[in-house]
Design a binder for this molecule. Structure first.
Ligand SMILES: [Zn+2]
Length: 250
């Protein structure tokens, strides 16, 4: 049994409602989907960040912080941030792969969201055969944080201790909170990812498409008002802007 200082990371997938869990076929598919999503997150983790164990819809990871606590914490934060795009990409893949199935699990993949919890402190490491069991108050604390008053379904929640080491995530909207657990309370800070622009909107606007649209408008104006009238004085740039807004409004 050893006492070590470690960074602790819990990732949790939520989004499937309780009712869904009670149906058999759906349950099998739900388990498969959650497993694949957890795997993609775990695969994205690099040394010193190591998987300790899977806990249902969550995975518990840790990294020993031998000398430079700040450096390790910043690395772990960077890795945790990279979990989110990996997760998103897997969601899109799974959504396509399961298009054939209309069960509740497969049709609600896009509802699944990722949460990450970060903390650090002294932990007890017990070696049980080939497994390392992490124990201690800090391990209990990070698990407690899973239950909290945050209303959003996608975020990174850090203990104040972890924010102190890393400075948090400068680009993101942040919220200081005090989570209560019985008589204890824990100071945390929550970081919310920026709202994603739906990919369809991004893809539907391409300069080429806008150029095409601009040319169409010019042709249409020329056609309806007579060929002798030229609309060359309307700059292509203005037409492009018009085309862009038309695209945005669908
Ligand atoms: Zn299914």
């Amino acid at each position: 049994m050893q006492l070590k200082h470690a960074a602790l990371v819990l990732v949790d997938i939520s989004g499937y409602t309780q009712f869904l869990r009670k149906r058999n076929l759906t349950l099998l598919h739900a388990e498969e989907i959650i497993t694949q999503l957890l795997e993609v997150v775990i695969d994205a983790a690099e040394y010193p960040l190591t998987l300790n164990k899977l806990e249902g819809d969550a995975a518990f990871l840790y990294a020993l912080m031998n000398d430079d606590h700040e450096k390790v914490a910043k690395d772990i934060l960077k890795q945790t941030l990279a979990f989110f795009p990996a997760f998103e990409q897997k969601i899109a893949e799974l959504d396509q792969d399961t298009a054939y199935c209309d069960c509740d699990a497969c049709s609600n993949i896009s509802q699944l969201k990722l949460k990450a919890f970060l903390h650090h402190g002294e932990v007890v490491i017990k070696q049980i055969r080939q497994f390392e069991e992490l124990a201690g108050e800090e391990v209990i604390l990070i698990h407690r944080l899973l239950k909290n008053g945050v209303k959003a379904d996608e975020y990174i929640l850090m203990s104040d201790a972890f924010v102190e080491l890393t400075g948090g995530i400068p680009d993101l909207k942040r919220e200081k909170r005090k989570e209560k657990y019985g008589d204890d309370s824990v100071e945390v800070e929550v970081f919310y990812p920026k709202p994603q622009i739906p990919p369809l909107v991004l893809q539907s606007y391409t300069p080429r498409k806008a150029n095409m649209f601009g040319a169409q408008i010019k042709r249409l104006l020329a056609h309806s008002l007579g060929k002798h009238k030229s609309f060359k004085h309307i700059s292509h740039g203005k037409i492009k802007i018009f085309a862009y807004f038309r695209e945005m409004m669908g």
